[in-house]
Design a protein around this ligand. Structure first.
Ligand SMILES: Nc1ncnc2c1ncn2[C@@H]1O[C@H](COP(=O)(O)OP(=O)(O)OP(=O)(O)O)[C@@H](O)[C@H]1O
Length: 628
């Protein structure tokens, strides 16, 4: 306890000093300040009896940051204190350093990374791109490509470079990448991973791969939870605080992340967390047709909110992300996933085992008739007290967790509300929990039209130019760059990555990963039935595809028709509509058996592939065929 108490105390004092030394540069809305002297941290008594050496270390650091601030020259104060704040963020010296398992898969060693041909050298010297990053090792592999660590010779910083292969193989994949790089450019926050740069492709109209340079993180929360069985209450608090702070910012931009899970939270040994993987994120524009917005919903099941397990509503709220954060927090506390459902019905079962069956008022609000009937017909369950499920946890943490995991989305707090929960007394400070402006519709106008490969290539290229201001100027002036093959470091990277990939996982029985979230091209959707029959556990994939009909709330006769094929155990002759099977059929998660999925490492890996508008018709036909 002592070390974490020190952290909280240190951070609190830091805030207090900051308020007194830099108050002129801060918004002076005292009503907004949740963190004040009367708001005694629950750790105070521990601090008094705590570990002195930790206290003095934190004190010293907090002190030195204050002294530095005091020494700022007049006139420079505002700017430097803001910069300093950004850099320092939190003093985490009181928290025990995390174990972060080594992620090195292959070190290049004698690899020919240094070799530069004459022309290449010339290009690189002139443009400075290629010599800038020296690739070190492969640190991860996702469905879109390899991630390597590298040194940025301009800054000396270590960075992560993600090579995304064959970006334009499917328009839907390319659109996902466009969305992700755009969102990460627009969402700048200390708790969100930062894109530092994107390499300029060698040709505007012909490039296939892109190289995205991120700030380098040491691990992810999934690994941290697995490797650290001695996390303290202060770790839990600081982790949750950062996640909610990042989420507050994301939600005020009107963005829903939609796939929050421990693997999508990057982590450093110093306890810093950053939200990543915005590939499934969407901007919510009030006038956007909700059916289109949600038909491609595919978040990993274990972290999926109940309303998404049964297509409860046609409009969803940011509360879906709050639910995921609740699941992640519970996983931190116990070291195990909270709701490791095997399919959506099992998922709902696990949720109701803990939370009890929802009250009738909550069920009554559910728009989808099948989901409503399914929930009403469930065996009534009483909630399990959280103190029993999480016996060693801080009662304040559990009170907040219960709010995050409210079955009814309207009962969950917003991220901002959660940050003002008493659990964060002494740590939270609204001045350090920024909001942002809603993202402009103009940035995402491409979501409203059907894009061709060339359209999306142009849009990605335009997005890359944001990291190449001079080229952007030329582009905006209308200079035709089509035939201008300008030099870039990409060719060299291509070779380096090819080499690394060749050696990646050597000795392991790895098969190449395939894109998980890929939207389905129509022809794949309509693959022959027998291709799917031997896929056990894929009931969900075969049947959960009636998104369109669910969202449009089909007439009763249609529902009855689809229920004829239901074989759910509760399906008596007179109650055909609310079996588990029919619920699965109406879930707003859609997929096809035809998509390749990653070799399964654990059940949570079974993310359901994304389905786009284009694919819905095909899926609907396929489902109909399956049940014919
Ligand atoms: N900035 C970073 N610093 C360190 N590691 C990273 C960084 N970004 C990604 N990684 C790691 O690289 C791996 C693959 O990254 P990522 O999940 O972004 O790829 P992806 O192709 O989008 O994967 P997915 O299949 O989950 O969609 C992950 O293990 C991740 O932890």
């Amino acid at each position: 306890m002592g070390s974490g108490a020190t952290l909280v105390d240190g951070v609190r004092r830091w805030f207090q000093r900051r308020s007194s030394t830099t108050s002129s540069s801060l918004p002076s809305n005292n009503n907004n300040k949740r963190n004040n002297n009367n708001n005694k941290s629950k750790y105070n008594s521990n601090i008094d009896h705590g570990n002195d050496s930790h206290v003095s270390l934190t004190d010293l650091r907090a002190e030195s940051s204050t002294v530095q601030r005091r020494e700022t020259k007049p006139g420079e104060e505002e700017e430097s204190s803001i910069l300093e704040e950004e850099q320092q963020d939190f003093d985490v010296s009181g928290l025990k350093i995390l174990q972060v398992p080594l992620r090195t898969h292959f070190k290049p060693g004698s690899m020919d990374t240094q070799k530069k041909g004459g022309l290449e050298t010339e290009f690189f010297t002139e443009y400075g791109e290629a010599n800038r990053y020296q690739i070190q090792e492969v640190i991860g592999k996702g469905s879109y490509g390899v991630v390597g660590s590298a040194i940025d010779s301009h800054t000396g910083e270590r960075v992560a470079i993600k090579k995304i292969n064959d970006v334009f193989e499917h328009v839907s994949d390319a659109t996902r990448i466009l969305r992700e790089i755009k969102l990460l450019r627009l969402l700048r926050h200390p708790d969100i991973v930062e894109i530092k740069h994107i390499m300029l492709p060698p040709s505007r109209r012909e490039f296939r791969d892109i190289y995205v340079v991120f700030e380098l993180m040491e691990s992810d929360l999934h690994q941290v939870i697995k490797a650290n069985d001695d996390l303290t209450p202060e770790h839990y608090q600081f982790f949750l605080y950062q996640l909610l702070r990042g989420l507050k910012y994301i939600h005020t931009a009107n963005v829903f992340h939609r796939d929050l899970k421990p693997k999508n939270i990057l982590a450093n040994a110093d306890c810093k967390l950053k939200i990543c993987d915005f590939g499934l994120a969407r901007v919510s524009f009030n006038d956007a047709p909700s059916a289109i917005f949600w038909t491609d919903y595919v978040a990993t099941r274990w972290y999926r909110a109940p309303e998404l397990c049964g297509s409860f509503f046609s409009k969803y709220t940011p509360a879906i992300d709050i639910w995921s954060i609740g699941c992640i927090f519970a996983e931190m506390l116990t070291g195990k996933p909270l709701f490791p459902g095997k399919n959506v019905v099992h998922q709902l079962d696990l949720m109701t085992d803990l939370l009890g069956t929802p009250p009738s008022e909550s069920i009554a609000r559910i728009r989808n008739e099948k989901a409503r009937r399914y929930l009403s017909s469930m065996r009534k369950k009483q909630p399990v007290p959280f103190a029993q499920k999480f016996p060693n946890a801080d009662p304040l943490a559990l009170r907040l967790l219960e709010r995050l995991l409210a079955f009814d989305p309207k009962d969950r707090p917003t991220a901002e509300e959660a940050l003002s929960d008493p659990y964060f007394n002494g740590l939270a400070n609204v001045d350090r929990e920024p909001s942002t402006q809603p993202i402009s519709k103009l940035e995402f106008e491409f979501e409203r039209r059907k894009l061709t490969k060339d359209d999306v290539r142009e849009l990605i290229y335009r997005e890359i130019l944001e990291y190449h201001p001079q080229m952007l100027q030329e582009y905006l002036r209308g200079g035709d760059q089509t035939s201008f093959m300008y030099p870039s470091g990409v060719d060299r990277f291509k070779r380096q990555f090819a080499h690394l990939e060749e050696h990646y996982g050597k000795g392991e029985k790895n098969t190449p990963l395939q894109r998980q979230h890929a939207s389905l091209p129509r022809e794949r959707v309509t693959a022959p039935k027998d291709e799917t029959d031997n896929q056990n556990n894929d009931f969900e994939r075969r049947t959960a595809a009636s998104v369109a009909t669910t969202l449009e709330s089909p007439p009763k006769s249609q529902q009855d028709g689809s229920d004829n094929v239901s074989t759910g155990a509760q399906n008596g002759p007179n109650k055909p509509n609310y079996s588990a099977r029919s619920l699965l059929k109406s879930a707003s998660i859609s997929a096809s058996k035809c998509i390749g999925v990653k070799p399964r490492q654990d059940l949570e890996e079974e993310t359901i592939p994304e389905v786009n508008e284009e694919a819905i018709d095909g899926i609907a036909q396929k489902v109909a065929a399956l049940h014919a």
